[in-house]
Design a binder for this molecule. Structure first.
Ligand code: NAP
Length: 495
């Protein structure tokens, strides 16, 4: 199996022309990009629409927020954290980690907050950037680290605006609203809703979970780390690296193969575990209603050892009759029942094809990214778009998603991008972007590989684009590691 990205190739100092780079977004990937640029002595400005760093971990503050990817694997290779309390970390601890790294590496200090980039325009060999604050700047290179899951999907439920209780999306939590002893409704059954159920059932008078589609749930105990273990990780970084290699191998050997090969024994094994987990639900009717009618891992797997327990509590209610409309008092379902509620949470996911948009991005010869992406966002190796020179995306279109460490994914990508920047530093070229042919070939192969994946075995999910093709990395994870090891310069146009 390919090795994880560590610190990448030893960073060269950029001795060539003095470059200015704009990094858009101060989440996990933007912080990483800024650190890597600083390593090479390259000037960068980070633009962040919010008021703090941390991206998804700043925006999401819902009760029960956690990361179901192993915490030690979900850290930068150059800033490990021996202090994680348990296998999977709580959201606020992850946010604190990214804040600390951003402060320690001087990224916070160079971030312009409340500065949404409205326009990027490539003219005369450079990017003109405009911001909501009125700031205008010119940059040689742009790295879009704007994330995937940050434009809330708010479905158009009839009567939503008439609801007299509190209503908000899971990623826009209203902390002024009292939850204890209240009648709480959650719409959705994704990873977010499962975490919400675990946190809110014990606090609510009644908890209604509105399920449109049942989810497969993979159990995973959140084993705490002892003080002795933490002390060992502090003292012995190699012991920590060994643990991370093990955590990583466990996910990649099973899960990474399972999702790209629906006929694999790895998927059958995961299927078996999920079915056994479902069998722990005691009431046959509830178990039946919680049983999905599609293959395990077709939708992103919910990882939880607590969800089934929560939904079996006497004050929890799984509602499977479709939502008809929202009324002032609550949610009316198709069976005629009105579910009275004080609080309604929309755990309804995100608009996942937005990426850097709504920023207007105009490339070479006035090419508008919105037009190029009219049929859906595409980028060569998820990072480069033809005719958009010196513009790169982190965790961009068709990047690996799901139950991987997106920190590690972004690290592979930034090392690749930095090698292209190094070419500019050395004076090999001043402009670089993927060729249309390279993107076409990549996309053809990606679509072909998609046919074997579990994502196309008959479910609807946010992985699928409007044509039903998974908008994700459909090859092996090893191929991702290999492809991002070093740019094949014949796939790039340079000037
Ligand atoms: P999601 O997986 O997209 O789930 C959205 C839920 O809302 C689905 O159950 C969906 O039902 C339901 N829904 C949407 N529109 C609806 C409508 N009109 N009527 C009824 N139900 C509707 O969203 P999410 O749970 O926020 O998770 C999104 C992604 O965030 C995850 O897949 C994961 O990548 C990431 N995440 C990760 C973690 C973690 O621990 N690492 C935690 C939370 C989230 P259908 O299934 O029928 O469409």
């Amino acid at each position: 199996m390919a090795e994880p990205a560590q610190n990448g190739p030893a960073s060269e100092r950029c001795e060539g022309p003095s470059l200015r780079v704009a990094v858009i977004g101060a989440g996990m990937a933007g912080i990483l990009a800024a650190i890597k640029l600083q390593d090479r002595g390259i000037e960068c400005d980070v633009f962040e629409k919010g008021d703090g760093v941390g991206g998804t971990w700043r925006e999401n503050t819902y009760p029960g927020l956690a990361c179901d990817v192993a915490a030690h694997w979900y850290t930068y290779s150059f800033a490990r954290n021996p202090e994680w309390d348990s296998l999977m970390a709580a959201g606020e601890d992850i946010r604190a980690y990214f804040e600390r790294v951003a402060n320690d590496f001087g990224v916070t200090q160079r971030t312009r907050f409340a500065s949404e980039v409205t326009e990027l325009h490539y003219r005369d060999g450079g990017w003109d950037l405009e911001c909501t604050t009125g700031y205008q700047g010119r940059y040689d290179f742009v790295i879009a680290a704007t994330g995937v899951l940050h434009h809330p999907n708010i479905p158009r439920f009839d009567g939503l605006e008439t609801f007299e209780g509190a209503v908000f999306h899971s990623a826009r939590w209203n902390h002024d609203v009292e939850l204890n002893g209240k009648r709480i409704g959650v719409i959705g059954t994704g990873s977010t809703a499962a975490q919400l159920a675990t946190a809110l059932v014990p606090r609510a008078e009644r908890f209604d979970l509105f399920q449109r589609t049942a989810q497969w749930v993979l159990p995973r105990d959140n084993v705490p780390y002892t003080e002795e273990e933490k002390a060992r990780f502090r003292k012995d970084p190699e012991a920590l690296e060994a643990l991370i290699r093990e955590l990583r191998a466990k996910t990649l050997e099973g899960f990474a193969t399972a999702v790209i090969d629906a006929d694999s024994p790895e998927l059958a094994a995961i299927e078996q575990i999920c079915r056994e987990n479902l069998d722990t639900v005691k009431d046959p009717d509830l178990r039946h209603r919680l049983t999905p009618d599609y293959r395990v891992a077709c939708k992103r797997l919910v990882i939880s050892s607590t969800f089934y327990d929560a939904i079996q509590q006497p004050n929890a209610n799984l509602v499977t009759s479709p939502i008809q409309r929202i009324e002032p008092a609550g949610v009316r379902t198709a069976d005629g029942v009105l579910h009275d509620l004080d609080v309604l949470v929309l755990a309804t996911g995100f608009l996942v094809d937005r990426f850097i948009r709504p920023t207007r991005v105009i490339g070479r010869h006035g090419t508008d990214l919105d037009d190029v992406w009219a049929e859906g966002p595409l980028a060569y190796l998820s990072m480069s778009v033809p005719d958009f020179p010196n513009f790169f995306l982190l965790n961009g279109p068709n990047s690996p998603v799901g139950n991987f460490s997106l920190v590690e994914v972004a690290q592979h990508q930034i090392e690749y991008i930095m090698q292209l920047v190094d070419g500019i530093c050395r004076g090999d070229y001043s402009e670089v972007s993927a060729t249309p042919g390279a993107l076409r070939r990549f996309e053809t192969e990606r679509r072909e590989a998609a046919r074997k994946t579990v994502w196309v075995t008959g479910c609807d999910s946010w992985y699928l684009d409007k044509d039903g093709v998974p908008a994700s990395w459909t090859f092996s994870y090893d191929r991702f590691v290999d492809e991002t090891a070093a740019p094949r310069m014949e796939d790039f146009e340079t000037q």
